[in-house]
Design a protein around this ligand. Structure first.
Ligand SMILES: N[C@@H](CCC(=O)N[C@@H](CS)C(=O)NCC(=O)O)C(=O)O
Length: 695
């Protein structure tokens, strides 16, 4: 039981952070290069290579592990970092029956199987066929090793001629023994190499599909989700894909094949009783391992939770050290920290002691069976029905099975966790399907860009309606402003026109076509926006502006930047257009950002252009400069432009001003007409004029 002993030697008292190679090895190489160093989980970049296995939270037991709280599910951190707090998206519902869970797990495995045997991908299929060939050949060679060993012993176990040499007696069998061992290992490693591609392709496809799906989801979804949670779900889910594929392809299938081969050889050569003992041992071993691992999982969960809490206390106290010092509370904080360390210590001790119990139990079951088999075989030798070589062969055949089985518990635990992570990932795709174009949808055909809202009703929350019955028309090619007090739904007009949201009643028409019946992509291509807060990528200025039209040449970008009056500012920067704007554009001032947004819109050159409070964050001076630029560059007679504005001075030149209040149009006309009317617009104007005066 070398392998079992070597596993015990590698035991970790703390939750293990282990490096391992997930490769199928021949029996003896397993005993030396222990699985404790074998990769049990790998990320998209580490399908076969060594990698860091984070101490992950694991299912407490198969009955209740779906009920883990989010906190418990977060990846435990070292005690000097804060545990991630964001919720994992679309977590599976709590309290589902075992049968339902099993069905879901199988559904996930079936979904993965599609990637192993993808339609029309003959390259991948070829690799799979080759891989299966390598797998079977490797295992066939592996079971030959004890057979050759038997031959060697039996040939030597007869009175030999004094002149005989090893070459004459059993040289060729010894060579065959060595070749079988080398062959088994080589085939195993080749299998790894062949399947690396299949596994990585599956990971890439799942990650790409999820990412694409998330980008296609509507506004509502993104507003209600934390990005950190989403990326973590993708990360963990794709790691789960790798792990499950590896576990099935390199652990479960080869081990099952080896058990069948061993049982077949034993039955064929010595009768069914050997095979019966072997099979019964495998069943008992598996049952004990699964039960004990499920029970042990609670200790890992407790340790993870204590680790997270200790980290939270440590970070909190260190960040607020001033408060700690001001009130002389160092000892109080240490005590708080130590409470969690104590819980961690207790849980870790239980992890170690229960691991000893698991390993001991596994060893007892296996060794008992091996001892029983040795008794049977020894009796066979005494009876003359078996040779000494047969006894050695039976021993080695069964012993070889202990190598892969030594990590059964770990694999079981990790497979369950991977299934959970993948369920979260696949639920993201299944539960939030983005709206599709109707089958008869045609591309939007523009003839000027007239926009009509007809009796539109809409609410973000059912109890707080934004529009009840909104109707207005924006004439083609005109410059129109939508104004009104905060919360009157000005910005929602754009979100509905861009179909970020769908109205609950009424219609929105562009040049007489109902926008819900046209192809969404064509609608969005026709509408551009200069938003209040320009989203900038963590990239250089050239990339950020080109985002308006990805196929624009450098010259076109520069021309747009010149029109937006920001070219000179950029060329004065040491790195010019190659200047990185920083994470979310933090390196760029508000005014520059707006100009970049205008340049982007100029590149897109849409027939309908929205300014969604585009200048609201700017001071009066920058605002008036920018408005001059906009008027001079973006607004030609061919373009319908809509200004959503809070500051009325930016819209005095508009052809039509629509005044909204509580989700309906209360006034409409030119600036002069509305002032003459003396209504809401007039009072807003007076109010803002007074504010400007006092400023
Ligand atoms: N024989 C056990 C233990 C195998 C083992 O030693 N696993 C390594 C990881 S590859 C370990 O460090 N386990 C720690 C633990 O299970 O707490 C099993 O079947 O799971």
């Amino acid at each position: 039981m070398n392998a079992l002993r070597s596993a015990a030697a590698f035991r970790h008292v703390r939750i293990p952070r282990v490096h391992v190679t997930f490769s199928q090895r021949s029996a003896h190489s397993h005993a030396t290069a222990s699985w404790n160093r074998a990769a049990v989980r790998s990320g998209p970049h580490h399908f076969h290579s060594n990698f860091y296995l984070p101490p992950r939270p694991v299912p407490p037991n198969s009955r209740t592990f779906r009920q883990l709280t989010q906190q418990e599910k977060s990846v435990p951190q070292s005690t000097t970092t804060t545990a991630p707090k964001e919720a994992t998206p679309a977590a599976p519902k709590a309290a589902i029956s075992n049968a339902v869970q099993r069905r879901r797990d199988w559904a996930i495995v079936r979904r993965l199987a599609v990637h192993i045997w993808p339609k029309n991908d003959w390259g991948t299929r070829g690799r799979v066929v080759l891989g299966v060939g390598l797998l079977v050949s490797g295992k066939l060679l592996n079971v030959q090793v004890p057979l050759f060993f038997k031959e060697i012993i039996d040939t030597l176990n007869i009175p030999l001629d004094a002149q005989s040499t090893v070459w004459v007696v059993c040289g060729s069998v010894i060579l065959a023994y060595g070749a079988a061992r080398i062959g088994a290992t080589l085939f195993g490693e080749l299998l790894n190499a062949v399947f690396a591609n299949v596994g990585q392709r599956a990971v890439r496809t799942v990650a790409r599909q999820t990412f694409e799906h998330l980008l296609n989801l509507d506004f509502k979804f993104h507003l209600s989700r934390q990005t950190g949670g989403l990326t973590r779900a993708i990360d963990r889910g794709t790691k789960g894909v790798t792990f499950i594929l590896q576990a099935i392809l390199f652990r479960v299938v080869p081990t099952a094949l080896e058990i069948s081969l061993v049982c077949g050889i034993l039955t064929y050569k010595f009768g069914w009783d050997y095979a019966a003992i072997t099979l019964a041992t495998m069943a008992a071993y598996t049952w004990y391992t699964v039960r004990t691992t499920a029970w042990r999982t609670q200790f890992r969960r407790q340790a993870n939770s204590a680790d997270n809490k200790a980290a939270t206390v440590a970070v909190d106290s260190l960040l607020n050290y001033e408060a700690v010092k001001n009130f002389n509370n160092e000892q109080y904080e240490v005590k708080r920290y130590d409470t969690h360390l104590c819980a961690y210590e207790k849980a870790s001790v239980k992890i170690a002691t229960s691991l000893a119990l698991l390993n001991s139990g596994q060893n007892v079951i296996f060794s008992t069976a091996l001892t029983g088999i040795m008794f049977l075989a020894a009796q066979g030798v005494i009876n003359g029905t078996m040779t000494v070589g047969d006894l050695v062969m039976v021993n080695q055949l069964v012993f070889q099975l202990s190598m892969p089985l030594n990590f059964l518990g770990t694999i079981y635990r990790e497979v369950r966790q991977s299934l959970l992570d993948m369920e979260v990932l696949f639920n993201l795709q299944a539960e939030h399907t983005p709206a599709k174009d109707p089958p008869d949808a045609k591309p939007l055909s523009l003839s000027g860009g007239k926009i009509s809202f007809e009796n539109v009703a809409f609410a973000y929350h059912p109890d707080r309606p934004i529009f009840r019955d909104l109707s207005f028309t924006i004439p083609a090619g005109k410059k129109v402003a939508i104004v009104g007090p905060s919360g009157c739904g000005k910005s929602t007009v754009f979100r509905l026109l861009y179909r970020f949201y769908e109205p609950s009643a009424g219609r929105i028409l562009v040049d007489g076509q109902d926008i819900s019946r046209v192809q969404l992509a064509s609608l969005r291509a026709a509408v551009g926006v200069v938003p209040q807060d320009t989203p900038l990528f963590h990239a250089d200025i050239m990339h950020n502006v080109r985002y308006g039209r990805l196929d624009a040449s450098d010259e076109e970008v520069v021309a747009a930047m010149k029109k937006a009056h920001v070219h000179d500012t950029v060329t004065r920067l040491p790195d010019g257009y190659a200047t990185n704007v920083g994470e979310r554009g933090l390196m760029v001032s508000g005014g520059e950002k707006q100009r970049l947004a205008v340049a982007r819109a100029l590149l897109k050159d849409p027939p309908i252009l929205f300014f969604d409070e585009a200048t609201a964050a700017l001071d009066a001076q920058t605002e008036s400069e920018l408005m001059k630029n906009i008027n001079a560059t973006l607004l030609d007679s061919a373009r319908t432009s809509i200004f959503i504005a809070h500051r009325l001075r930016t819209v005095v030149e508009a052809d039509v001003i629509i005044v909204l209040k509580e989700g309906t149009v209360v006034e409409q006309g030119t600036h002069e007409e509305l002032l003459r009317e003396g209504g809401l617009y007039y009072s807003m104007w007076q109010e803002q004029a007074a504010d400007t005066f006092s400023e």
